[in-house]
Design a protein around this ligand. Structure first.
Ligand code: AR6
Length: 177
């Protein structure tokens, strides 16, 4: 459970919806190491942003698992897209928790560097990459809460959950006071 000893909880929001519609400074993409697009949230973001996004991604030369890269948001409401690569889940003993937390922290660090006040995350690694949803939600919410305890930016982080099931899981970890 996230510690409720500061204003951290008021800076975390959960919504059910499509991340491409979020009116925030940056949205995070659950990408792969090529950064050249794919299915799931990655496909949705590229479709909504338009072909200029892929062109900029090509110039980046990929991204290792656990790291992040930033681009413009093009036709999206969001000014930036932060592309991060979560781990493919095998058995939990191949540094998956560490790499997943690192994907969140790397994204937050880029958001801070680019002075983003608002940032939206999908549930990284929990689709095609097979990360168990509860465990991934625990790691996501605690990595974000730990960051917010120590940094002024981003001011607000929204977890955008595609399904009601995912929303309900996150609700357990982001309890209101
Ligand atoms: N808005 C918010 N969440 C979404 C959306 C959306 N529009 N679409 C899907 N989700 P996934 P991964 C949720 O598979 O597991 C891609 O091909 C989805 O329900 O998109 O990190 C990449 O190129 C799930 O909860 O990402 C990589 O190859 C979550 O987003 C690979 O998939 C993540 O599912 C990355 O796999």
């Amino acid at each position: 459970m996230i510690p409720a000893n500061s204003n951290t909880l008021t800076r975390i929001e959960i919504v059910q919806g499509n991340i491409v519609n979020q009116q925030v400074d940056a949205i995070v993409n659950a990408a792969n190491t090529t950064l050249l697009g794919g299915g799931g949230v990655d496909g949705a973001i590229h479709r909504a942003a338009g072909p200029e996004l892929l062109a900029e991604c090509r110039s980046l030369g990929g991204c290792p698992t656990g790291e992040a890269r930033i681009t413009s948001g093009y036709r999206l409401p969001a000014r930036h897209v932060i592309h991060t690569v979560g781990p493919v889940y095998r058995d939990g003993r191949h540094r998956e928790p560490e790499l997943l937390a690192s994907a969140y922290r790397s994204s937050l660090a880029l958001a801070e560097e680019y002075r983003c006040r608002t940032l939206a995350f999908p549930a990284i690694s929990t689709g095609a990459y097979g990360y168990p949803k509860e465990e991934a939600a625990r790691i996501a919410t605690s990595a974000v809460a730990a960051w917010l305890e120590e940094h002024a930016l981003p001011e607000k982080v929204t977890f955008v959950l595609f399904s009601a099931e995912d929303y309900n899981i996150y609700e357990k970890f982001v309890k209101k006071k």
